[in-house]
Design a protein around this ligand. Structure first.
Ligand SMILES: [Zn+2]
Length: 189
């Protein structure tokens, strides 16, 4: 049965099935894209083709694949595995806050370098924590200063150091004993 074409208004829109062939721009290698076992509609009057969502997704997937890039669907899957928000993912790889959402929507196409980073987040997320730490150059001196100041702290606040597992000095023990005696005397009075 023929349908009314939404473009030309003629009742010349036919259901079609088989291998769908679509020409691609020259920057995509491999010639025309062919999707087997496809269903779509074509108008014999104006030549319009109505492509359903699943076919359109299959074409998109093939385009990205030919370019060596993750498809929007695959990018979504990578993020789902990390459990991070789109903004967090963008920050991890050093892109603009809205970039990741655009790649997931297919509104923009990630370049090859970015595509590599997204694959790395998927396969080696720990690398990004290391790089983040390296980017905070004051972090290591802060830790070193802390450890170097421990002997000073020990002298100044023996109880704080005892909480860090240091043995209490005899002077500190003596001061605790005196304080306990004071308290005992005060309660007796
Ligand atoms: Zn038509």
């Amino acid at each position: 049965m023929r349908h009314v074409c939404p473009i030309c208004g003629q009742q010349t829109l036919d259901d079609k099935s088989g291998t769908f062939v679509i020409a691609v721009p020259p920057n995509i290698p491999g010639g025309n894209i062919q999707i087997a076992n496809a269903n779509w509609q074509g108008c014999s009057s104006c030549g319009e083709e109505i492509i359903p969502d699943d076919l359109s997704k299959a074409i998109e997937q093939t385009r990205y694949q030919r370019l060596g890039l993750l498809s929007p669907e695959q990018i979504k899957q990578v993020r789902a595995r990390t459990g991070l928000s789109a903004v967090e993912m963008a920050q991890i790889i050093g892109a603009g806050d809205k970039s990741f959402t655009r790649w997931e929507n297919g509104k923009s196409v990630q370049n090859k370098a970015t595509d590599t980073l997204i694959r790395l987040v998927d396969q080696h997320p720990e690398l990004f924590a290391d790089i983040d730490a390296q980017r905070k150059p004051d972090r290591e001196p802060l830790i070193r200063n802390y450890f170097e100041s421990l002997p000073t702290l020990k002298g100044g606040n023996p109880f704080a150091m005892a909480a860090h597992g240091e043995p209490l000095s005899s002077a500190a023990c003596e001061s605790i004993r005196n304080r306990l005696l004071e308290l005992a005397n005060a309660s007796q009075a």
